[in-house]
Every structure is written in C-alpha cells, then in structure tokens.
Design a binder for this molecule. Structure first.
Ligand code: LLP
Length: 434
C-alpha cells in the first residue's frame, strides 16, 4: 500500500494530511514517508537475505540526513560518489566500514578523506585513477581496498542519459582491459584488491540486461580468481527500476534470483547499491496551482514548483503521476492539461496533455515518485530557493531541510572591489576542502 493515499477526501502522507503541511510550511515542499522507506528497504533486504549481502544505499538518490539516517538505522551502508556524499553518509551515522566510494572523478583530496575515514571499498574506474589512489594511499602508509568497476558493454534498455554499461559510456574499465588493470593493481603496494564492481544503469524495467552483466562479471571473477586475485566481493550496483505510473514495477524477487543464480556461485560476498528503489516512491513534491490559463491549443495549469525543484521531467522527459491533494469528488470528466512551472524555459513542464480532474487556482497537487533524484537535483535557477523537505512518521512530521533563505544567499555573494564591493578572504572563497 502506498504511504500516500486518500483518506476522508484528503491525500495523506501516512497519517498526516498534505494540506495541513502545506498550510504550515507553504508550497512547494517535498514530503517523505519514513515508513515507506523502511518498507522498501525491508522488501529488498528480505528478497536478498539468503545472500547475506551488504546493501549500500546510493546516497545520490536522496542525500538528506533524515533519509540516510532512516536507512542506516535499518542496517544499510552507503554508496557515495564524492567527498560531500561521504561526509553526508558519515554524519548520518553510516559506519565507514559499510561505505563504498564510486565515481569516475575522485580527487586526491576525496581519496585521502575516504582513506582517513577507513571506508570499506573504492570502486576504481580507470587506470590513472588506480595510480592516483596508490599514490595517495602510500603517502598515508595504508593500502586502499579496491574493486575495479568494469564496463560490461551491456545495453541497460533504459533512458540514454542514465545508461552506464555500454562501451561508449564514460563509466568503468572495458572488460577486455580488466586483466591488465588487475595485474597492475596487484603490483601496487598501496592497493589491496578486494573485488569487482559493476553498474549498468538506472531505472531498469527489463531485467535481462542484469543477466548479461552479472554473467560477464561472474566469468571475469572466475578468471581473475584462477590468476590468484583475491576477489572477495562483487558489488553489483543499483539500477532496479520503480513504477512511476500504472506500469508494473520490475520484480525485486526476480532480480534477487538473478544475483542468486549467477553471481552468488562465484563464492564472493555480494554488495548492492540501490538508490531509487529505496526512496523513489517514498516522496512527493507538493505544489499549489497559481493560475489556470486556457490557450488556443492547450490548457496550462501553472504551479509554484519548477524544474529547479524537480528536474527529471525536463531532463529525461520523465513521467511522474500527479494527484490532486483534495480527492476529486465531482463526476466531471477529466481535462487534458499541461502542468507547468513558473520558470522561463519551455522545458519547465511536469506533465503534457495529462488527463486530470477539473482544477482551479489555489488547489494543491502532489507530484508523485519524487523521493529519488528530486531534491538532490534541485537548484536556485531563476533565484528560486529549492523546496524544503519534510519527513513524516505516523502522525508526526519534521522539517528535515527548511526552505533556503534567499537573503542569506544573496548576502553570501560579493560585489567585486572594482565595483565598490568589499573583498572576500581567499580562504573563505576556496570553501571547505574536499
Ligand atoms: N551505483 C552506481 C555506481 C550509480 O551510478 C548509481 C546511479 C546507483 C548505484 C544507484 O542507481 P539507482 O538504484 O538509483 O538506479 N538522475 C537520474 C538517475 C541517475 C543515476 C545515477 N547513478 C534520474 O533521475 O533518473
């Protein structure tokens, strides 16, 4: 059952009416259900329990401290891709020993921070990165635990902008190059080989690409083991899709059975890096209708959330279901409308020619499945402070990120000296070191 359902004519987040939150906080805002996050984690953890894997929540999906802490409390580790995400995961209480650091562009500073923290594993994505990590580890007198991320050249059958497993994608080391990179890794005294990593893309609806990718990883693992490499862990990435509309969500059980039948027999520990699956359907973006404009060819519902709050429709033409917060009562037929934001870009559209019940200015809408890659991808474009974030638990709620203070942000910018402004100290300008 969804955590967001109508009760007594009102759309609820667990036991909290979204209209009440809107009155308290103002719109737009994100609302997350902690029990929905926990339920998804339990569903995934239960499906793979017999494999005794490490489940590293992919923090990039939603890096709010409340979200990471909710998952950490359930036992999740973290998959991070920057020094910033590493900080977030540690601050939310994820033990360093459950953190995997992925990403193709780690800086020496980020590597050093991760080594200092004592993370579980680096997923290394290129030969030069391996050399740099070796150098940083040696400078600290430690060995960096490393899995090489391979690029299995598999089409994930997902949106091109979130496919990562084809040879033309920037990610990972091409499978044919893997043996030489492992051989090189073995010769480096700052590197400790611990496994293999793979991630072929996000929002996979069809599981067959996983079969191919896992098979290629398992074959490589056997070959490397035969050469004496200590392949102790296979990090199988994330990417399992969710239902955004009425389409059925891919089966977690089937996904688990692919890992069970293909990867587990290798005899290495398994790690998974789910992001969207755990939080995507645990969040909505609540927005208020400002105006309804009847054009010659279109009826536009203009709302107070924009692409700066939720970029997915603009960037990927992503579909997000939209529900009125007040349950529609009239028997009037739906109208085809475009739900659009206030930003000066034609891409600032949440829905095109969507059948929705008759709507009027002042009505609240919930844009669904916004828990993953929503708030984290928000920006200040058009000088619009990103929507605040609320988490509910039963009838309780907490503001887990307040609305940004635009005055403070403007005050943080400086007019240069030649325009009469005061200088900023260089140390301040550089920001905190990564
Ligand atoms: N592991 C690695 C190495 C990844 O690159 C990603 C996502 C994940 C795990 C988690 O994938 P998930 O389980 O969430 O699919 N902004 C896009 C999605 C980008 C995904 C990037 N990598 C969107 O809104 O659809």
């Amino acid at each position: 059952m969804s955590a967001f359902a109508y009760r007594g004519g009102r759309l609820m987040a667990e036991d909290v009416p979204l209209s009440r939150l809107a009155a308290e906080i103002g719109t737009p805002f994100y609302c997350y259900s902690s029990s929905a996050i926990e339920a998804q984690y339990a569903a995934f953890a239960g499906a793979v329990a017999d494999l005794d894997p490490l489940i590293c929540y992919s923090v990039k999906a939603n890096g709010n401290q409340a979200v990471i802490a909710t998952l950490a409390r359930q036992g999740a580790g973290a998959d991070v891709v920057s020094g910033g995400e590493l900080k977030r995961a540690l601050a939310a209480g994820v033990p360093a020993g459950k953190i995997i650091f992925a990403g193709i562009g780690k800086t020496a500073g980020e590597m050093a921070a991760a080594l200092d923290a004592g993370i579980l594993q680096f997923n290394v994505e290129s030969a030069p990165e391996l050399e740099e990590l070796n150098r940083v580890a040696l400078s600290k007198g430690v060995r960096a635990p490393v899995a090489i991320r391979i690029n299995p050249d598999v089409d994930a059958l997902t949106h091109a902008k979130i496919a990562t497993g084809k040879a033309e994608n920037k990610f990972g080391i091409d499978l044919p190059h893997a043996p030489e990179v492992y051989a090189r890794a073995r010769s480096l005294s700052g590197i400790e080989i611990v496994g293999i990593a793979v991630h072929i893309g996000s929002q996979l609806a069809d599981l067959s690409p996983y079969r191919t990718a896992f098979t290629r990883v398992a074959d490589l693992a056997r070959a490397l083991k035969a050469q004496g490499h200590p392949i102790r862990r296979l990090a199988l990435g994330g990417g399992l899709g969710i239902g955004y509309g009425s389409e059925p969500a891919p089966s977690i059980a089937e996904y688990a059975s692919l890992a069970r039948s293909i990867a587990a027999p290798v005899g290495a520990a398994l790690a998974f890096e789910p992001g969207r699956l755990l939080v995507g359907n645990a969040g909505v973006l609540v927005t208020r209708i400002l105006y309804v404009k009847q054009g010659i060819t279109r009826r536009f519902v203009i709302v107070d959330a924009g692409m700066n709050d939720l970029l997915r429709p603009a960037l990927y033409d992503a579909f997000h279901a939209i529900m009125p917060v007040a349950q529609p009562v009239s028997a009037e037929p739906p109208q085809l409308v475009d739900v659009v934001g206030p930003i000066c870009e034609s891409a600032d559209v949440f829905a095109v020619q969507r059948p929705l019940p008759p709507l009027a200015a002042g009505d609240l809408l919930a844009i669904c499945s916004a828990g993953a890659y929503g708030a984290v991808m928000s920006s200040f474009y058009n000088a619009r402070p990103p929507a605040p974030e609320i988490m509910v638990r039963g009838s309780d709620h907490a503001i887990v990120r307040p609305r940004a203070d635009l005055d403070a942000i403007i005050a943080d910018e400086r007019i240069p000296g030649w325009l009469g402004g005061a200088p900023v100290a260089a140390s301040r300008a550089a920001g905190s070191k990564r």
